[in-house]
Ligand binder design. Sequence first.
Ligand SMILES: [Ca+2]
Ligand SMILES: [Ca+2]
Ligand SMILES: [Ca+2]
Length: 441
Amino acid sequence: MVIWAIAILAVIAAGTQVAGFRQAVLGQEAIARVQARWAARAGVETMLALMDYDTEYPESDRPMLLVSELENYSTGELETGTYDIRHVVDGVEWAGPMDEHSRMNLNSVDKALLGNIEDMTVDVVDAIVDWRDTDGTESAIGAESDYYLNRGMGYSPRNANFRSLAELELVTGAYPTSVRGEDWDLDNRLDASEDDGDLSWPEDSGDGVLDSGWARLFTAVSRDTGRALDGSDRINLKNSSIESIREAAPSLSAEQAAGLVTFSRGNNVRLETLIWVPLSQAVTGATSPTTTTTRGRSGRSSAGASSANSAVPDLTDDQLRQVLDRCTMTDYLRPAPGKINVNVVSRDVLVQIFGMNFKEADNLLAKRDRERDGFTSILDLLDAGVDRQWLATNGRYLDVVSNVFTISCKGRSLNGLAEVELVVVVDRSALPAHVLSYREN
Ligand SMILES: [Ca+2]
Ligand SMILES: [Ca+2]
Ligand SMILES: [Ca+2]
């Protein structure tokens, strides 16, 4: 009996031990995961703090300061774990969060530029435009509500702005493989499964380079809130007095400010037109960069034409810089689709969307890399070999400020066993920085 009892007790003890051990392992895993999550969270909070500081104390002559600060703190060590924040642009990995303003906003890009993209067919271009335009009328070979419902897809176009890049995949013809390429989790990072060939989904080339799809060219979340480099709000020429314009841009004469008022009251006029068309000519309504062909000494179109108003002195480039920095012709009652920050624009965007040739794009990026503090005006692109007329035409998409960033932060537990990734989209245009979306992988 005693021996039996001992045997049974031994079995129970062993069983309890196994169960206890298992629970201990589970407990360790749970602790490791908590550690990893909070490490990742610490990285995100660090980025938010740096962004808030830059928003509160901007240095208007050093637009790239924030980017280098974010880089400096992109990895960190805590008592219970580590974090690191990275992103890929043009196939190259960089430290720090991804600047959404390095890409074209899907909600503002026009049809002609979409048509430049090599592997995007005309039907997809039309379907994208139909998806976001408010009407229900199909463009040439596009697709509106009927198209989607007749094919049993169970949804209709939003007929408003895209809210995320993933929404692009709902557009007919925009397959996930085209949109994501190798970056299957859309975190702008090369993950193990995205670099192992066919061993695991997705299929990838396993060449150590992240080949993203259209996602590398577009954003749906960049925001333009009309801030000047010093953080102040740009004034809207359309409803400003001559006095307030001269207060914002003190280098202007009263005649020039009056000329800007006249110019801004025109129909469908854009401020960036003034990069090509002299103000004296612009006030008379000759505002299309493509219709003005005579060029003056400065390389800009001549003001001597009969349509010029000699009472309005033309703007020098320095004055134009100030006007582009301090003034706007957009109402920012709500944020507009973001512009591309030329300080961080990707080469792929320049080549694929704007149709720049490789040499021009490389010249521009080389010049930018030498300007360590960054371009303070889109006019700086002229010194980088960009054509003035090109800049006037495309200037409406370009700026030198960034508001929205995506922080892809991987946290690891102290023992290295658990990893948690947070993908957090942040708008830092107002204080405190505002989290637009939060995802945990
Ligand atoms: Ca529509
Ligand atoms: Ca990825
Ligand atoms: Ca794979």
